[in-house]
Design a protein around this ligand. Sequence first.
Ligand code: HMG
Ligand code: MG
Length: 297
Amino acid sequence: MNPLPGRVRIVEVGPRDGLQNEAKAVPTEKKAEFIRLLVAAGLTDIEAASFVHPKWVPQLADAQELIARLDPAPGVRYSALVPNMKGLERAISSGIRRIAVFTAASETFNRKNINMGIQESIEGFKPVVDRALKKGITVRGYVSTCFVCPYEGAVGKEKVAEVVRSLFGLGVDEVSIGDTTGAATPRDVEITGGHLIGQFPVEKLAMHFHDTYGMAVANVYQSLQLGFNIFDSSAGGLGGCPYSPGASGNLATEDLVYLLDRLGIASGVSLKLLRLASHFIAGELDRELPSRVLKTN
Ligand code: HMG
Ligand code: MG
């Protein structure tokens, strides 16, 4: 067995992946306060917003106003999703310095999500990434449905590697491997994660688990054993709209930090301060969040 990494970088996606799925929209100034509390807890990579079509994701329609309200903090990077050139133009005028483009390893899912085939999306991202990089904006890439697609079933590791390679070919500096439906198990992670680690630098690959089947923490442990050391998670396990059966939030940041703390792996995040951020946003949403660790004292 490989030694576990000594340090892990957490990419907090609660303000974007979490809030995009919540039934209740949160006012811009409350989102800004939530993000301030996340920074205070030690989170340094925060996906704050999304420049997709506001009709599809009305919860994040205030991206521009929100980014204008974020306090610059040393060592903290805020980022936002960008699906196309129109989204990039909006991102540039907001002043954000990091964006993320996103595609999938399943053709059907990608069409349903962004109305484009996989190859078409990669071609569409090329001028977007080029323009962003010229502006000094750094770019992350996402691949959704890396393990299971809700429409096509099991997704092959070769297909995932092919899409990851295309994204790196565009010039993104990191690719996040998405278990969009939260259906992956540690065995799936071993197969696909092991395949990717053999082909790409591990310091440029993040794991992005959703917790639909309660597998997210087990999947993190499997990933750590493979050498992965960047994980996406959302405070409190935000997301998973209670009115939409089957939808589920991300791996909760508290659950991730508890595991890392107990394994002696540094993350720079204070569980105590993180709880304050999660309780704050739970209050705004007027619901209990799913994180198991958050429910303890
Ligand atoms: P489309 O309808 O194909 O776009 O949508 P279009 O290019 O044909 O344009 C249609 C109209 O939309 C035009 O306006 C455009 O200007 C406008 P009109 O001329 O008709 O007045 N438009 C926009 N307006 C604002 N911002 C934009 C934009 N783009 C076009 N960026 C599009 C394509 C991608 C925009 C749409 O399908 C969309 O917004 N989808 C939302 C997808 C989304 O947010 N999904 C969730 C995030 S991904 C995720 O959660 C997975 C992840 O967490 C990883 C994992 O878990 O796997 C990352
Ligand atoms: Mg996600």
